[in-house]
Structures are given as structure tokens and as C-alpha cells.
Design a protein around this ligand. Structure first.
Ligand SMILES: [Cu+2]
Length: 268
């Protein structure tokens, strides 16, 4: 009798211990795969116009002696296209957003990074390094905000409430300042690096739909088969002749009445 009881107790304990560790093992990537790839621009890069920093004498002063260019198309010599937002579409199991904030910096009258990913429920931290007034304005229905940062060292945190791929952030004072934030409900996204490469890890196995978005060349979509423990490669190519699409950016959906008119403050 005692022996039977001990067996039952041990069995119950074993089940409890296994239940604790099984999901953790899956979350550590045991049953998932990786997607890597490159985004290329096959045609000639159109080049970027110079930013007229002189529109704000204080921005001109911060960039004295330097020529600063728009970052519409950032391509390497071998055709790697940077600043492309890559994500998977579909529904995925819920997972918590990482505690560390995604940082968007205003430095010398330019937003950095140009393109970045973030999570719903996560924090976006917007900070300013500039001793002048910037206005941080999100063009987004899900994550609307519009505030000013008046001096260097100021930062503001904003909890991202809903998915928005892509959310455009502008400064109403300096028309050239723009950043794109892909706010995702899941962790399966990346931004292409200087060589056009990207990597998305811990992807659930199976057929996945992957898309890329570039601010000038729009969206491309492919499907890819992901296997547990495997690495799937998928490459994308823009010719450079694609028509810019605002389908993913809520350009016109926001009434402009909610923006602050700060031209007087900026002295424009
Ligand atoms: Cu500004």
C-alpha cells in the first residue's frame, strides 16, 4: 500500500516537473527555425537629395561644415538595400513584449534610426540630444501622440497600444525629419542592415508568409517553409522602378488639425 502511494506521489511530481520545463524548452528554440535573407536593389540607386538644414538656423549650426542627405534609399555598392522592414504575417501565440524600450533619437535634427521595429505593449522612448525645439508627431490611429521636446537630454516614454505596420513619426517643425516604426503584435520582424541582410529567429515551423516594406519601393511578399532547427533563406529584389506606396503608412488618415503649429516657435 505504502509502495503504491509512493509511486503515485512520484508520478504526480514528475508530471508537475515536466509541465514546468516543457514550454520553456520550446521557447528556447528547440522546435523552431530561422529565416535569413537579403534585400537587394537591382536597378541604379536614385541617390538622395541634400537636406536644407538652413530652414532652421539652429539645425544648420549643429551640422556646420557637413552635408546631410535624406535617407530615402540607402543602398550598398553591391546593391544591398538597408532600412527595409521585414515581418511575418499571420497569427502567432501570445508572448510578452521585451521590457527594454525601443529608442528613437533626435540628433542634429535627424531621427535615428530611420526604420525600427517595436512590440505592442512595449515602450517607445523618444529622446532629444538637440538644444532646440522638436515636435514628435506619430501619424498613427493606434498609437497617436504629439508632443514637443524643447532641449537636449529630454526623453518621453510611450507605451505602444496597438499594431501599426508602419507607423510614421515626423517632426512638424523640420519637415525632413521622419522615422518609421513597425509596431508588431509578435516578435517576428527585422530591419535590413547596411548590406541588405536580415534574420528572424525562433520562428514556428511550417509555411510562413514573409513580407518586406521599403518607404520608396513599397511591399513585396513571399512564402517560406520553416523547419524545426533549420534555416530557410529567402531573398527579395526591388528594381527601383516600383511606385512608392502609402498603403502601409497612414499618411492621409489623420486629420491634420491635431498637429501643433510650431512654425512660429521655430522662426520659420
Ligand atoms: Cu525637429
Amino acid at each position: 500500500m505504502k509502495r503504491a502511494l509512493a509511486f503515485i506521489v512520484v508520478s504526480v511530481l514528475a508530471v508537475i516537473v515536466m509541465a514546468q520545463f516543457a514550454p520553456r524548452a520550446a521557447a528556447q528554440g528547440g522546435g523552431t527555425g530561422t529565416i535569413t535573407g537579403h534585400v537587394k536593389l537591382t536597378g541604379p540607386s536614385p541617390g538622395n537629395p541634400m537636406i536644407r538644414m538652413g530652414m532652421d538656423p539652429m539645425c544648420a549650426k549643429l551640422n556646420a561644415g557637413k552635408r546631410i542627405f535624406h535617407e530615402y534609399v540607402v543602398a550598398s555598392e553591391s546593391g544591398g538595400l538597408a532600412n527595409v522592414f521585414v515581418d511575418l504575417t499571420g497569427s502567432f501565440p501570445n508572448s510578452p513584449a521585451p521590457p527594454a524600450p525601443v529608442v528613437l533619437e533626435q540628433k542634429n535634427c535627424v531621427y535615428t534610426p530611420r526604420v525600427v521595429g517595436a512590440r505592442v505593449g512595449g515602450m517607445l522612448r523618444v529622446l532629444s540630444d538637440d538644444p532646440l525645439v522638436h515636435n514628435v508627431h506619430s501619424v498613427s490611429l493606434k498609437n497617436p501622440f504629439n508632443f514637443t521636446e524643447q532641449k537636449a537630454g529630454i526623453s518621453r516614454d510611450f507605451t505602444l497600444k496597438g499594431p501599426d505596420v508602419m507607423m510614421r513619426i515626423v517632426c512638424d517643425i523640420h519637415s525632413w525629419m521622419v522615422s518609421y516604426v513597425g509596431v508588431e503584435a509578435h516578435p517576428f520582424y527585422a530591419v535590413s542592415g547596411a548590406d541588405g541582410s536580415f534574420k528572424i529567429a525562433n520562428v514556428p515551423p511550417g509555411k510562413q508568409t514573409i513580407r518586406v516594406w521599403h518607404e520608396r519601393f513599397g511591399q513585396l511578399t513571399k512564402t517560406v517553409n520553416v523547419t524545426a532547427g533549420g534555416t530557410a533563406t529567402v531573398d527579395f529584389a526591388y528594381t527601383g522602378k516600383e511606385k512608392p506606396s502609402t498603403a502601409r503608412v497612414q499618411d492621409l488618415a489623420i486629420p491634420h488639425g491635431d498637429s501643433l503649429d510650431l512654425r512660429l516657435i521655430a522662426g520659420e
